[in-house]
Ligand binder design. Structure first.
Ligand code: XMP
Ligand code: MG
Length: 176
């Protein structure tokens, strides 16, 4: 990790503006309803905290934690819930909040699992989208920013648990 270089991709000001807009759009789309926000730990926690403070509709929150198994750097597609929801979601308007869509494998599997629990509606809000990396078809209903391929950290995203605290989203260069 020595010698890793960091370059700002999205500043805090740019992020704040975009997150406020997203929260406004979500509030309009869910007017008159109450959302159950499902945050995907750990990466989404900062985005989720900012997003819900911009909402003008009531919401409650819950969290899941997932692990995806990788063969080397390639996701095998085996995604497991290691911390499940504490809330029954049948009949609820559920919005999954995730940090980043990469291959699409994690979110498509999570959507599949949660759909079986019969929510009234189920949508996905991803802070970042690396569209060029998709390996399974997946489109998030709300996206903060579409970004090019490259490993990003900050604003909740980590590299080996480091950098989550950075207020900007940064590109990490020179990692293996
Ligand atoms: P898939 O490939 O299933 O995986 O869409 C999405 C998950 O992969 C992680 N991920 C990243 N984490 N910087 C990160 O800190 C990145 O650039 C990055 N790309 C993918 C992330 O945990 C996401 O939930
Ligand atoms: Mg994640």
């Amino acid at each position: 990790m020595a010698g890793a270089e960091i370059e700002i991709l999205l500043t805090k000001a740019v992020i704040d503006r975009r997150v406020r807009k997203l929260a406004g759009k979500i509030s309009r789309d869910y007017a008159g309803r109450e959302i159950l926000i499902v945050g995907v730990l750990k990466g989404a926690f900062i985005f989720m905290a900012d997003l819900i403070r911009g909402l003008s509709v009531p919401c409650s929150v819950d969290f899941v934690r997932l692990v995806s198994y990788h063969d080397g750097s390639v996701s095998s597609g085996d995604v497991r819930i290691t911390k499940d929801l504490e809330t029954p979601i049948a009949g609820r308007d559920v919005l999954i909040v995730e940090d980043i869509v990469d291959t699409g494998i994690t979110l498509s599997r999570l959507v599949e699992v949660l759909r079986e629990r019969k929510p009234a509606s189920l949508k996905v809000c991803a802070f970042l989208d690396k569209r060029a990396r998709r390996r399974v078809p997946f489109t998030a209903d709300y996206v903060g920013f579409t970004i090019p391929d490259g490993f990003v950290v900050g604003y909740g995203l980590d590299y080996n648990e480091k950098y989550r605290f950075l207020p900007d989203v940064c590109l990490l260069r020179d990692i293996a």
